[in-house]
Design a protein around this ligand. Structure first.
Ligand code: PMP
Length: 365
């Protein structure tokens, strides 16, 4: 049976769509990795073949982001949520302060964990407007002595994304889970960048952590080995058994971004185009579709909007599913519709959604 034929366009927030050539490569090599003698699921993480895969994943990320000297790329288990606590455990002393800028649900979760380790200063909180925009620099109440400023570059649930970095004297620490490698980044502004793999770069099972030497120098002795970033730096992410399959797929996805798409400028251009079609459909609907994020804070990855009633939203989701457009129900905290259109979502998927939106409005407007 050719099960490709039953694939739909899935707009899920994550784990999410992967590039078709990557899935095909993984399928072709699943029973025996070239030169590996067995499947990626069966070989030792200490084998030369796996080490080459790990090194490729790391080097692709370095190349794509143009990482300056002094940054380390790590793969760690536990997803982005484990990083919410691991970061302050490593770089926030008990008597020190970290700024947190809250632009949605995930930033609030990160803040709650940091409070377990040191002092926190909420430099801005978008709650009053139900997290529909990012702050202007002039609105930030940054503690000038803070050791870092934490942001969530893209809030997956609200669909709100920083278009440029906020001005901060302290190094930025960024949860880039839902927009990692979707566009170029000025990495020099960041002391630490982290991202769960399962949206833009691979399946679930790992987080990528990019950490700069001055952050590493802050790490106190006495942390458990698996929590201490120095353990993973020293062992090239091979201190224990890493999530090997996830890293393998990351190596293929990053290769696809580099060689097929043509790098992060090209990736950004494709993403801007796809998001542009959806936002134009919203803006061109005479108010039938209402975007959640204010236009200047709109996410290129997660597009969120409402319909005139809860009933119409439910009907939209059901009928879209019947048309092969799955997972469009918004997160319960925002309601409405959310279309996650990460790097690997094909243009055809977004075009099909736009057409469905127009037809739905004509029938139900
Ligand atoms: N941060 C952001 C921005 C996210 O979107 C998510 C997952 N939806 C997380 C953190 C949590 O990631 P994980 O499930 O890998 O812990």
């Amino acid at each position: 049976m050719n099960n490709h034929a039953s694939r739909v366009y899935s707009f899920t927030a994550g784990p999410a769509v992967l590039p078709m050539p990557v899935l095909e490569q993984a399928q072709a090599d699943l029973l025996c990795l070239p030169g590996g003698g067995a499947s990626i699921l069966e070989i030792s993480h200490r084998s030369k073949v796996f080490e080459a895969i790990l090194d490729e994943a790391i080097n692709n990320i370095k190349q794509l982001l143009g990482l300056p000297e002094g940054y380390h790329v790590l793969f760690v288990g536990g997803g982005a949520s484990t990083q919410f606590a691991t970061i302050p455990a490593n770089i926030l002393g008990k008597e020190e302060t970290a700024n947190y800028i809250l632009t949605g649900t995930w930033g609030k979760k990160a803040l709650a964990e940091a409070k377990l380790f040191g002092k926190t200063n909420v430099a801005w909180d978008g709650k009053a407007d139900n997290y529909n925009h990012v702050p202007a620099d002039s609105e930030l109440n940054l503690d000038p002595n803070a050791v870092y400023t934490h942001i969530t570059s893209n809030e997956t649930i609200q669909g709100v994304e920083f278009q440029t970095e906020p001005a901060s004297a302290a190094p930025l620490v960024c949860d880039a889970s839902s927009d990692f490698l979707s566009r170029p980044m000025d990495v020099s502004k960041y002391g630490l960048i982290y991202a769960g793999a399962q949206k833009n770069i691979g399946p679930a099972g790992a987080a990528v952590v990019i950490i700069r030497d001055d952050m590493v120098a802050r790490i106190p002795d006495g942390l458990p080995s698996m929590i201490d970033y120095r353990t993973h730096i020293k062992n090239n992410s091979l201190y224990n058994t890493p999530p090997a399959f996830t890293i393998y797929i990351i190596s293929l996805v990053t290769r696809w971004i580099k060689d097929t798409v043509g790098g992060l400028d090209a990736m950004q251009k494709l993403n801007q185009e796809k998001a542009g079609w959806l936002y134009s459909a919203i803006d061109g609907s005479n108010g039938y579709y209402k975007g959640h994020a204010v236009p200047s804070s709109r996410s290129m990855m997660n597009v969120t909007w409402r319909l005139p009633s809860d009933e119409l939203e439910a009907k939209f989701v059901t009928e879209a599913k019947a048309a092969g457009l799955w997972e469009l129900k918004g997160h319960r905290s925002v309601g409405g519709i959310r279309a996650s259109i990460y790097n690997a979502m094909p243009a055809e998927g977004v075009k099909a959604l736009v057409q469905f939106m127009q037809e739905f409005q004509t029938k139900n407007g």
